[in-house]
Design a protein around this ligand. Structure first.
Ligand SMILES: Cc1cc2nc3c(=O)[nH]c(=O)nc-3n(C[C@H](O)[C@H](O)[C@H](O)COP(=O)(O)O)c2cc1C
Length: 222
């Protein structure tokens, strides 16, 4: 039987922002982001595929912020995160960490209230020509995102030798392609459950080690 109070089915679909943290025209991470976007669409999510160019901007400057000059890229990242339930970032690894432009975008976006990463579910992935696949950069990227209260999915996907392992259609190795699809699907399942079933949200908070009592609670209890 239909619950008259329930939102229409379309509202229950997960909305997910997907982008690669690279400005390079032939970015490997942008290819990986497009594969993730396609998999998320197949899974039934509403995908918002963005380009890092939309979010890039000048270095964070407190004086600029004080004078009300928040750059357009930061405003756009805030707007797009807020309009979506979850995000997927495909990020290059630069010198064993995340690219400066991504950290800069996160710093700017963190200045909005409400802060847009808080309680949003995130999946991290990387592609690199190296044999480590950019995975160290993702561990670095977890730090500011988790600091900001994002629910960063435990499993991350890093593609090594990506210049040979990737095309617009697929990851060449069928087993890796399967693992990639499973990783994206598992993330979307959890984010969907958190969106539509608040009890799952509470379980996730407990999993992170926060006891659900009022003084320490970061989840919204209605
Ligand atoms: C400044 C700089 C630092 C880099 N450091 C690393 C690194 O630490 N680890 C790595 O795997 N690749 C590193 N690379 C290579 C990048 O992984 C490679 O350029 C990759 O293609 C960038 O991602 P994109 O294709 O999405 O732009 C670095 C590249 C640059 C320009």
């Amino acid at each position: 039987m239909l619950d008259a109070g329930a939102p229409p089915p379309a509202d229950r679909r997960l909305r997910v922002l997907v982008f690669a943290a690279s400005l390079r025209k032939d970015s490997l991470n942008a290819v990986l982001a497009r594969l993730a976007a396609r998999q998320a669409s197949r899974h039934g999510a509403v995908v918002d595929l963005a380009s890092m160019r939309e979010f890039d901007g000048p270095s964070y400057d407190p004086d600029t912020e004080t004078n009300g000059g928040i750059p357009g890229g930061a405003q756009e990242l805030n707007r797009r995160l807020t309009a979506n339930d979850a995000f997927i970032i495909a990020s290059p690894e630069y010198n064993g960490s995340m690219p400066g432009l991504l950290k800069n975008a996160i710093d700017w976006a963190s200045r909005f209230h409400p802060q847009p990463f808080h309680e949003r579910h995130g999946l991290l992935m990387s592609a690199s020509p190296s044999m480590v696949g950019g995975n160290r950069g993702l561990w670095a990227l977890r730090v500011p995102l988790e600091h900001l209260g994002a629910r960063v999915f435990p499993d991350m996907f890093s593609l090594a030798a990506a210049h040979k392992a990737l095309s617009e259609e697929t990851i060449t190795d069928a087993r890796l392609q399967k693992r990639f699809e499973q990783n994206v699907d598992a993330f979307l399942d959890l984010a969907e459950a958190a969106k539509n079933y608040p009890c799952m949200k509470r379980a996730w908070v407990e999993f992170l080690g926060e006891s659900p009592d009022m003084p320490t609670d970061r989840e919204e209890i209605t």
